[in-house]
Design a protein around this ligand. Structure first.
Ligand SMILES: CC(C)(COP(=O)(O)OP(=O)(O)OC[C@H]1O[C@@H](n2cnc3c(N)ncnc32)[C@H](O)[C@@H]1OP(=O)(O)O)[C@@H](O)C(=O)NCCC(=O)NCCS
Length: 143
């Protein structure tokens, strides 16, 4: 498996591997300020992540808009690798934190955030857990 920057030209291969929905969302960021990485086996994408910078409280943070790994390649460290690359990228840009949002039904992701040292702040609507704000401080951390 190799991880490399994902470009718009990779979108057809991504749609073939993960479904057409990916062509119709705005969660993939390809502008030069953003960081979009794919994990590939040969030419086939087996995972992807897209992160963009966001100003917050006067400082920069990096927002993970999407992360997904093919079912057949889960629990093999693909997300861990892509997140470490994203943390490196964000740190190099001077971002103080990585942020994400997980709905409460994303049990695999929630376990992953916890395992990788992300902080989860629960969000409730009418006393029902809807999801978590996910954050990780980057200052002084190693990838
Ligand atoms: C969440 C997701 C991206 C994880 O990808 P992955 O490549 O399987 O994750 P990794 O193998 O890098 O896991 C890193 C660690 O997270 C934890 N983890 C990941 N998936 C887990 C699971 N299903 N159950 C428990 N722990 C899990 C483990 O501690 C794991 O380390 P270990 O395997 O050495 O114990 C993947 O399950 C996925 O694509 N899910 C559907 C999409 C999704 O929910 N995206 C996130 C939306 S917020």
């Amino acid at each position: 498996m190799t991880c490399r920057t994902f470009t718009p030209d990779d979108r057809p291969a991504l749609a073939a591997a993960f479904g057409e929905w990916i062509l119709h969302t705005d969660v993939m960021h390809f502008d030069q300020d953003s960081h979009t990485v794919g994990a590939f086996e040969g030419d086939t994408p087996v995972g992807f992540i897209s992160v963009y910078p966001k100003k917050r409280f006067g400082g920069m943070e990096a927002y993970i808009d999407v992360i997904e790994v093919a079912e057949s390649r889960r629990r093999q460290g693909v997300a861990r690798t892509m997140l470490a690359m994203s943390a490196d990228w964000a740190r190099a840009r001077g971002c103080r934190r990585l942020r994400a949002w997980s709905t409460a039904d994303k049990t695999e992701a929630i376990a992953m955030w916890r395992a990788l040292g992300y902080r989860l702040r629960p969000v409730y609507a009418r006393k029902r857990l809807t999801g978590y704000y996910v954050t990780k401080r980057l200052k002084g951390e190693r990838p």
